[in-house]
Design a binder for this molecule. Structure first.
Ligand code: EPU
Length: 336
């Protein structure tokens, strides 16, 4: 465990921002993590898969890369198992591992960038499934005291792209491992999300397996979302806004085609991608950066754009959405 100086973070964030860490350390065990935190518990930038952050300048902090690995089955029941996965495991590698063993529950979450340890922070979700659906508990280290604490599902206040780790406990704990419950028999397939059904029909699969669902999700994602290894991006840059039914009714007078999903009895979720497309930003390219041409919710770095460029573009989009729809778009990505 060595503290290195002046390390480029270009390959450690999916936007591919070439910023430099003055000090950088990668930890491979909980013990190492505790040692680093005992010496330096303030002014930290904790880095998992770097898939949900926009780095706008050289971080003036010790960059702490969580690289703790390991997957182990911890309990076996009749139709389920519980698996403990270390924070530094790549999310999709874990999904692939589960599919090889024929363990079900996370197939809809195939190909989401990022690591297991950061997945609970924003309760990752896609195609009708959220992390909270398979989450049992996580272990997290208190940054100040280095004590380990277990958080069960009810402790985490999971919401749409949200959890206690983004709110009250922001910057207070580092998740070191997560326990998931996956099915071994009688998998409950979630295939109702419109595009999954279409994709399965296209390949003429009537009785899909969890592996088929994963393939369908991978195919949909590949057709809409840019591969961060080729084009820098951070997935959805904004959250889908949640607005009141009253507000929505007013909007439908002017925009009768506005898509929406019921959120609660009194509110609906509106796809930000649709709003951004209608506002004319889809596919817009400004030099080295822009808005993805197949999914307007994704901002992209085509080459050597800076985090400040992307931030400026995101502000322009927010201003336009406010003027056109009177809706406040919140970024989903952490801006640092
Ligand atoms: N749409 C447009 N234009 C666009 C993009 C979307 O009109 O450019 C409209 C379409 O009407 C479409 C609807 O938006 O029917 C929804 O689009 P999509 O199914 O692609 O989903 P999304 O709401 O844009 C959310 C998540 C994605 C997740 C997909 C699939 C958020 C912020 N994003 O996107 O998550 O993969 O659903 O479940 O909730 C991520 O978080 O990084 C991410 C990619």
């Amino acid at each position: 465990m060595l503290i290195k100086k002046n390390i480029s973070l270009k390959h450690l964030n999916t936007f591919g921002m070439d910023v430099k860490a003055k000090e950088f350390v990668s930890v491979e065990s909980e013990l190492d993590l505790a040692k680093v935190l005992a010496i330096n518990s303030s002014n930290l930038l904790v880095l998992g898969g770097g898939s949900n952050m926009l780095l706008t300048e050289d971080p003036d902090a010790l960059v702490l890369h969580i690289n703790i690995k390991g997957i182990e089955v911890v309990s076996i029941f009749k139709n389920n198992i519980r698996v403990k996965v270390a924070a530094g495991e790549n999310w999709h590698d874990f999904v692939s591992w589960s599919l090889k063993k024929n363990y079900g529950g996370i197939e809809n979450l195939s190909l989401i960038p990022g690591n297991v340890g950061t997945a609970p922070i924003q309760n990752i979700g896609a195609y009708g499934v959220e992390l909270k659906d398979v989450f049992i508990s996580c272990e997290a280290m208190d940054i100040k005291t280095q004590e380990q604490r277990t958080f069960v599902k009810d402790d985490c206040n999971f919401g749409y792209r949200n959890s206690i780790f983004k709110e009250e406990l922001k910057d207070k704990y580092i998740i070191t491992s997560v326990i998931f419950e996956l099915s071994t028999l009688h998998h409950k397939l979630k295939k109702n999300y419109g595009t999954i059904e279409n994709e399965l029909k296209n390949v003429r699969i009537n009785n899909p397996t969890i592996q088929d669902i994963s393939k369908a999700v991978i195919s949909i994602r590949n057709s809409k979302l840019p591969n961060p290894k080729i084009i820098g991006n951070s997935g959805s840059f904004f959250k889908n806004p949640i607005i009141s039914i009253e507000r929505f009714k007013v909007l439908t007078n002017k925009f009768p085609k506005i898509p929406h999903y019921k959120f609660t009895e009194s509110s609906v979720k509106v796809p930000a991608g649709w709003l951004i497309e209608v506002a004319g930003f889809k596919g817009k390219r400004i030099g080295n950066y822009g808005v993805h041409d197949k999914q307007a919710l994704v901002l992209v770095n085509y080459g050597n754009a800076s985090g400040k460029d992307i931030l400026e573009l995101s502000k322009k989009i927010q201003e336009a959405i406010l003027i056109i729809f009177d809706i406040v778009l919140e970024s989903e990505v952490n801006i640092l």
